[in-house]
Design a protein around this ligand. Structure first.
Ligand SMILES: [Zn+2]
Length: 329
């Protein structure tokens, strides 16, 4: 007997709609089903699953994890259990860049069982593509929303080979959390090139009101010296976004970059004007307010659908300015 009666295997396409207690119950059922099929104790099979997801208990797994676990278990059942031990073994080798582009070791990497959407950039990935879950950030449990499955670029490469969109996403989640924004030398180079694409930008209105000359110097220094982190204040970040929205900048962008930039600007304006009348008495004026405004927006975007704020990781440095390994606690 299954949760909803007598059905045995539900098509994977319905898994995307499963969530919460129902998803958890189905996952447990599928562990039982595979254990019975292969003649292994349920507890032992559960241990395999825990090693796969790289968590001490299944209760620590979130819905993003459980959907992928459920698909793996169903795949094994549909194959009559053939090769299930290999299928449920986690890939542990992850080659990551060294230096200021290095992100923390992912918690779990695997090949996608079916197509999906990256939890950070919103790009689609195909079945078979390498994807992964990031480790929880230090404040995530109490403060941030956890990101979903990430494409390989967002998981491993985004700080080493940043794109303009990566910089925008860093700005968005920085302002969302109101932490200011920290860029490494590679990201500073991308931003510097963008801001100097067209000399006309220096005479644009936002630049004239809040000149970015010193910011350009800092970005240049960081680029040349490969600095781990250069902080930009929320005010400077707002000015930069306004400049990047000038026609002389947008003319150089791809459709995807323009989409993210427009979505970002829309949400910044909504946070400013509160068109959905989010009550400050209940949500305050910080990230909870911004999160609620994003949920209620009457014009959903890729950014509002993905939510946040997300912990995008900052390089840590010692008192002497030396870069610390991101996996050090
Ligand atoms: Zn991505």
């Amino acid at each position: 007997m299954t949760l909803f009666g007598t059905e045995e295997i539900i098509p994977c396409s319905s898994d995307a709609e499963l969530a919460g207690a129902e998803l958890r119950a189905r996952t447990t059922q599928e562990v039982d089903a595979l254990a019975a099929l292969v003649g292994e104790e349920t507890e032992k099979l559960l241990q395999r699953v825990l090693k796969l997801v790289n968590l001490p208990r299944l209760s620590y797994a979130d819905d993003h994890d459980l959907r992928e676990v459920l698909r793996e278990l169903r795949y094994c059942v549909q194959k009559d259990g053939r090769g299930y031990k290999v299928r449920l073994r986690r890939r542990t080798r992850v080659d990551r860049p060294e230096g200021i582009g290095r992100l923390p070791r992912p918690r779990w990497v695997k090949e996608a069982t079916e197509a999906g959407m990256c939890g950070l950039c919103g790009d689609t990935y195909r079945a078979g593509d390498a994807i992964g879950r990031a480790q929880r950030g230090p404040k995530v449990a109490a403060y941030y929303v956890q990101m979903g499955w990430l494409c390989w670029h967002c998981l491993v490469m985004r700080r080493q080979q940043p794109t303009r969109r990566d910089v925008l996403l860093r700005f968005f989640h920085g302002l969302f959390a109101h932490d200011g924004v920290g860029l490494n030398g590679h990201e500073c180079r991308v931003l510097l090139e963008w801001l100097t694409l067209d000399p006309v930008l220096t005479s644009s209105k936002p630049w004239t009101v809040d000149p970015l000359k010193n910011t350009l110097l800092r970005l240049h220094t960081s680029t040349v010296e490969g600095k781990p982190v250069t902080w930009l204040s929320p005010q400077t970040t707002h000015t930069i976004i306004a400049v990047l929205r000038e026609p002389a900048s947008v003319a150089h962008l791809t459709a995807e970059e323009t989409t993210v930039l427009s979505a970002f600007a829309q949400h910044l304006a909504e946070w400013e004007t509160n068109p959905e009348s989010v009550p400050h008495s209940r949500y305050g004026t910080g990230w909870r307010y911004r999160q609620r405004a994003l949920e209620l927006t009457s014009h959903p975007t890729v950014l509002s659908r993905l939510g946040g704020p997300f912990h995008l990781f900052q390089c840590k440095v010692t008192a002497l300015g030396r870069l610390r390994d991101p996996d050090e606690s």
